[in-house]
Design a protein around this ligand. Sequence first.
Ligand SMILES: [Zn+2]
Ligand SMILES: [Zn+2]
Length: 254
Amino acid sequence: MLKVELHTHSADDPVDTIPHSTLDLIDRAAELGYDALAITLHEKQLDLRRFEAYAADRGVVLIPGVERTIEGRHVLLLNFRRGADRVDTFADLARLKSRGRGLVIAPHPFFPGSMCLGRDLERHADLFDAVERNAMYTRLLDFNRRAERWAAAHGKPMVGNGDVHRLRQLGTTYSLVDAAPHPDAICQAIAAGRVEVESQPLSSIDAALILSGMLFGIEAGAGVRNTGRACPKRRALAPSIGGWPISSGDISQS
Ligand SMILES: [Zn+2]
Ligand SMILES: [Zn+2]
């Protein structure tokens, strides 16, 4: 079984300000024994040619991907060789899927926040190959449960994703995939349901540390390398948890 992470961001992200570089992310994934990694920047599919040999030297296969905002909702598009970062509507997504291979995953579909799929997952159920269990949860607060019920009712596989905005988020929730170590084989195996989710909740302390890092730029994660590269051109956005902007109202929802 391959240890696989399908939802990560890096300093190359054009939307979120992320402290670790793409190389840092690959290094950390290799340290944690990952066999495959998708770097899913917001809106823009990262050109992997600069990174594939570096990752391969460390035993990590890179899967092309992007977290695209489609009609206002986040959707993970994996292993589409071209066109994924031009998808704006669900009709565009249907056309992309009809043209060829690729895996469509619903990330954090029922988390609070307008960018989460919510009812659009039901409306466009046929377009989705798998549903995400997002690593951002604790024993007491878990927005993934509805996603699991939805996936079970619709016969869709679940994948475990870190939605990594900080390196410390890597490693608590991931997928084990029964496939050869190649992007096509991994994505086909997931679509066919040959995937298991490994997941443990964050402790309240870890959740608080990750939140404080994202909200206030406090990086209390001892032992995690942080390049802290400044991104002066990047626009400041609303704070986000694992990719979904939050307000105090969101946090209090359960
Ligand atoms: Zn997202
Ligand atoms: Zn994300």
